[in-house]
Write a protein that binds this ligand. Structure first.
Ligand code: GLU
Length: 541
């Protein structure tokens, strides 16, 4: 590649950035960095009707959170500024006029009502493929159909007009896409797209091509939904005589819903309970009650895990390698290895990546990361050393930082065998007349304990002796505790599984979780004895 690689991510600020957009930004970023080129963010806000206040800021914040810093952008500036199309508005008219001058575009004076009527008339005649094409025999009021003099008169009257691209019929428009290969369209399928609107605002097509040219963009990497716009863009490059500078195109496959049925949409987040935005977002609902959607950041994802996951949603290194840091992605990324087929959004994989990334941290680092997720009083009670041990015990079981507390409450609270919390909740909900029945959950919990005690009546008595034995030992390592309990089991000819279940329940109030000996070692002697005694007291009641 001898041309400097300059790529752009060109979002329209019409709402929150969708995760598919993030992937587009990532692939652009990777190519730019691989070739020591530039990654540009250009805001395409020419469609004022779809403009959403705050969307641009959201996009920039999301990219910053992920660490995809642009080299040039509305915020960072750059030698091709401005990078927001509304700030470039005065620039576009001359280009549209240039095309009119060389016969590649024309003025069109048709009002919306006239076009609507014409379409209705055509449809009534059975013509379903009505398009605006200057060559078609429709009574359009444009400078192709009108004489030069008539056109001048209308312009002199200040009649509103748009400028449209003139698409010649029966022409094959072909280009090579770096992902899709050779692509061709017949110009008969295209309509004469508006380039400049009557208020002087360019449309997406004009602004996009003019800016890619002026900003010396080498590659256009964007979503597949823009493929049908590309022949129009190719015609624009030809019309301007910019063929030599035309960027290479790469159209990315769609990200599909987890069930594979269609494109992953904004609303799928709410439907499937998965994040489809990088940051949290309020989705305006047609019914009026806005839906709050948690983003990847708020779910507790590590930015590096999100990037690694997204990189593989449509690209692979052509081997089974799964882990890539951003730097490794930069060196391994190849446009040729992007798939053509749409890829299903695999949220379980995203969670798995997050777990793997959390597991890579030292326990001490993890301790510092999970601290903010604990209630304030618990943060004060436990030192980093304790949190590091808890982190180590739980890390294969949890996916997110918040889970260390949610899944590991027993490390921070004495088990509540009477389930006071659940009882209180039950009383409250019954009072409020709620339908949800917590009494079952309560019953199950208490039944579990009862069953265990009934099944092993001998254990209840032996338990007191075990507590005493544990109380006498000074060595609170996992291995020693293991040997001590095993000796006790042998002596009383008990079943290992049963004793361990009993101990686990006593220590954590749970039927499953961290290994019993690891738990004891983490708690230390005082807390272990306290918990065992607490359980013994409960049984004695
Ligand atoms: N503004 C378009 C969008 O919202 C950009 C498409 C392109 O990259 O050309 O995605």
């Amino acid at each position: 590649m001898n041309k400097t690689v300059r790529v752009r991510f060109a979002p329209s600020p019409t709402g929150a950035l969708h995760i598919g957009g993030v992937r587009t930004a990532l692939y652009n970023y990777l190519l730019a960095h691989q070739h020591k080129g530039q990654f540009i963010v250009r805001i395409e806000d020419t469609d004022q009707t779809r403009f959403v206040a705050g969307a641009e800021q959201y996009i920039m914040e999301a990219l910053a959170w992920l660490g995809l810093q642009p080299d040039e952008s509305p915020l960072a500036g750059g030698s091709f500024a401005p990078y927001r199309q509304s700030d470039r508005k005065p620039l576009y008219r001359q280009y549209a006029e240039q095309l009119v001058k060389n016969g590649k575009a024309y003025y069109a004076f048709d009002t919306e009502e006239e076009l609507k009527q014409l379409r209705a008339d055509e449809e009534a005649k059975g013509n379903k493929g009505f398009r605006y094409n200057a060559y078609a025999a429709y009574p359009f009021r444009n400078s192709v159909n009108l004489s030069a003099q008539e056109t001048q008169e209308l312009l002199a009257q200040n009649l509103p007009y748009v400028i449209r691209l003139r698409v010649a019929p029966h022409e094959i428009i072909a280009f090579d896409d770096l992902i899709r290969g050779h692509v061709q369209y017949n110009s008969n399928e295209l309509d004469d797209k508006v380039l400049l609107k009557s208020d002087g605002m360019p449309t997406y097509h004009l602004a996009n091509v003019v800016d890619d040219y002026l900003m010396q963009i080498s590659h256009v990497i964007r979503g597949e939904e823009w493929l049908p716009s590309t022949p129009t863009h190719v015609l624009l490059y030809r019309g301007f005589g910019w063929q030599e500078s035309m960027p290479q195109f790469a159209h990315l496959p769609l990200i599909l819903r987890p069930d594979g049925k269609g494109k992953l949409s904004k609303r799928d987040g709410a439907k499937f309970g998965i994040p489809v935005f990088p940051l949290d977002f309020v989705l305006p609902n047609v019914e009026g009650d806005d839906a709050f959607i948690k983003g990847f950041r708020e779910w507790g994802f590590e930015p590096a895990a999100v990037l690694n996951f997204l990189a593989l949603q449509g690209w692979s290194n052509n081997d089974n390698r799964e882990f890539f840091t951003l730097d490794e992605l930069i060196s391994h990324f190849k446009i040729e290895n992007i798939t053509k087929a749409g890829t299903r959004f695999d949220f379980d994989k995203a969670k798995w990546f997050n777990q793997q990334y959390l597991m890579k941290y030292d326990n001490a680092v993890l301790a510092a990361k999970i601290r903010p997720f604990l209630p304030a009083d618990l943060q004060a009670q436990h030192d980093d050393n304790y949190l590091a041990k808890v982190a180590n015990a739980l890390k294969e079981r949890v996916y997110f930082l918040a889970d260390y507390y949610n899944e590991g409450k027993y490390f921070f609270h004495l088990p509540d065998f009477e389930h006071k919390d659940l009882q209180a909740k039950l009383a409250k909900e019954t009072n409020e007349g709620k339908k949800r029945d917590l009494s079952n959950a309560l019953k199950t919990n208490q039944d579990n304990i009862k069953k265990l005690v009934e099944r092993y009546p001998d254990l209840k008595a032996a338990f007191v002796e075990l507590i005493a034995g544990i109380g006498e030992t000074a060595d609170f390592t996992e291995t020693h505790l293991h040997d001590l309990v095993m000796e006790f089991i042998q002596k009383h000819q008990l079943k290992t599984k049963e004793v361990l279940a009993f101990l686990r329940l006593a220590l954590s109030g749970q039927m499953q979780g961290t290994s019993v000996f690891e738990m004891m070692a983490i708690f230390g002697k005082t807390e272990t004895l306290h918990r065992l005694q607490h359980f013994a007291n409960y049984l004695a009641k």
